[in-house]
Design a protein. Structure first.
Lengths: 157, 157
């Protein structure tokens, strides 16, 4: 099953490699990861998305909790939460296809953030389903570059 | 100086801890990090934002290039590029302040993605200056939770 783990850590050098080591030590790959400061500059949040056996993920969460620089770990999967991801897509375009692409971008409430003669760069935010749907549509025009942040999550209410 | 490093890597277990180790081994902290797949599911992109001595960052980039699972490293700082970050802000609100908050959210072209009696959750996308400005404004109402993806970057044109 897929898990979204939100992990508050001390904003210190070395924490990231210790956390990453817990996953790689079990041969577990992280699908996406976001690390950034919180409202307290001394505390960073890691949002980790990974798939795997529930029992093993539970073990990893226990190990995370034992790390000295880890403040709090929440498995968001079990909680009511909102997920979002930001994706930048550089898509090939010609004079003939530009209007079609712009129309699709508008349907998705996405934004065009850069244009030149041969490409459009699109910024889209949403849950996985929405961003994957736009990426699929853009594939038919030719994706030149795809930059994703990975998913973040926040508890409801 | 601040550097934004975009790093294409094989999507394999263990790569992240090796990359993180290069930074922590020098006592260098990563400010923000995004890791997610690209249009090729076998290849992930890491976007690393860090500050430090240019000479040492240059050394780190050389070391990154030597890692077997690293495909390509670009220091975006030297190139024409667009940066974006996604931030979710859960802000305290009352019947008296709700309208003020919504007004500010609209000015920033941000979106409200969750509401309850005591909080509003806001989604905002932009460059550092824009998102920092909204975070500062929201601080006066009381930030309950702040979830940032960290910055991603894409080359222009």
């Amino acid at each position: 099953m897929e898990h979204v783990i939100s992990c508050l850590v001390e904003n210190k050098s070395g924490v990231l490699s210790r956390v990453a080591g817990l996953f790689s030590g079990r041969g577990y790959n992280i699908d996406t990861l976001c690390v950034a400061p919180t409202q307290d500059a001394n505390v960073s949040r890691m949002t980790i998305v990974c798939r795997g056996d529930d029992r093993i993920i539970e073990q990893i969460i226990k190990q995370l909790n034992k790390l000295i620089d880890v403040i709090k770990v929440t498995d968001m999967t079990a909680e009511e939460h909102v997920e979002r991801e930001l994706v930048l897509i550089k898509v090939a375009c010609t004079a003939a296809t530009r209007a079609d692409i712009i129309q699709l971008v508008n349907v998705f409430r996405a934004r065009i953030i850069d244009v030149d003669l041969k490409t459009l760069t699109v910024e889209v935010v949403g849950d996985s389903r929405k961003v994957e749907a736009l990426i699929e549509l853009m594939r038919s025009f030719g994706i030149r570059e795809l930059v994703r942040t990975g998913r973040v999550a926040i508890l409801r209410g």
